[in-house]
Design a protein. Structure first.
Length: 102
């Protein structure tokens, strides 16, 4: 759950760094967080052909948490989660460097 929280903080941080208005970035972050939450909530009820949704960060977090609760090891989902964390970390790093160089 902590890693999922870190991932969502990273998403909000990227949005905040991309938009220069705090009101706009807060509103957009809220909308995106609600969409990610709803996607993760309704993902299990969708038909099997919606497997492309398994690459969305919130679904990856939910799948990993379900695996932990069920005592399963989900290697692919764990790699996806680490990948999302790394991608957002690299994006944040580049945005901060760009902002500091101004």
């Amino acid at each position: 759950m902590v890693i999922g929280g870190i991932l969502f903080i990273q998403v909000g941080l990227v949005i905040g760094l991309l938009l220069h208005s705090s009101k706009t970035s807060a509103a957009l972050s809220s909308i995106i967080m609600v969409v990610l939450f709803m996607t993760a909530t309704f993902y299990p009820q969708l038909p099997e052909w919606h497997n492309v949704l398994q690459f969305i960060p919130s679904v990856v977090v939910v799948e990993n948490m379900n695996g932990v609760f069920n005592g399963e090891f989900l290697g692919f989902e764990l790699v996806l989660l680490i990948g999302w964390l790394a991608v957002f970390y690299l994006i944040i790093q580049s945005l901060v460097k760009k902002e500091l160089s101004k």
